[in-house]
Design a protein around this ligand. Structure first.
Ligand SMILES: [Zn+2]
Length: 121
């Protein structure tokens, strides 16, 4: 049986079976990792898994789990961060909005804040 040697931050070197190692291979290569529960202290240890580590673990019998990150999670966002007040304003606006799609298609990012009862300045 293959023995996989890994390192626990608290206990040092430990020996694991392939079944004790979880290997997650992400579509974003730098997010791939392997994890195991340390057999001595029972803490979960998680470490990044570069291409070499992934290949080594797979060759040792560890089954790789694919992890596909949704494209929207990788989008870059510009502008100010939404605040709690922004979300509250939007929720209040939604309660009285009849034509949400039309407002969303309207001009400018302030579109949803303008309502019939609250004319734009
Ligand atoms: Zn440990």
């Amino acid at each position: 049986m293959t023995t996989i040697k890994a390192s626990c931050p608290g206990c040092g070197d430990v020996e694991l079976t392939p079944q004790q190692v979880r290997l997650v291979v992400c579509s974003v290569k730098s997010w791939s990792y392997y994890a195991f529960t340390c057999p001595q202290c029972l803490e979960e240890v998680r470490k990044p898994a570069g291409r070499d580590v992934v290949a080594l673990l797979i060759s040792g019998g560890v089954v790789a789990e694919p992890w596909a990150v949704p494209a929207e999670a990788l989008e870059e966002h510009e502008g100010p961060v939404l605040s709690y007040d922004d979300v509250l304003d939007f929720a209040l606006w939604l309660e009285q909005a009849d034509l949400v799609a039309a407002a969303a298609a309207g001009p400018g990012p302030a579109g949803p804040r303008r309502t019939a009862s609250e004319p734009a300045a």
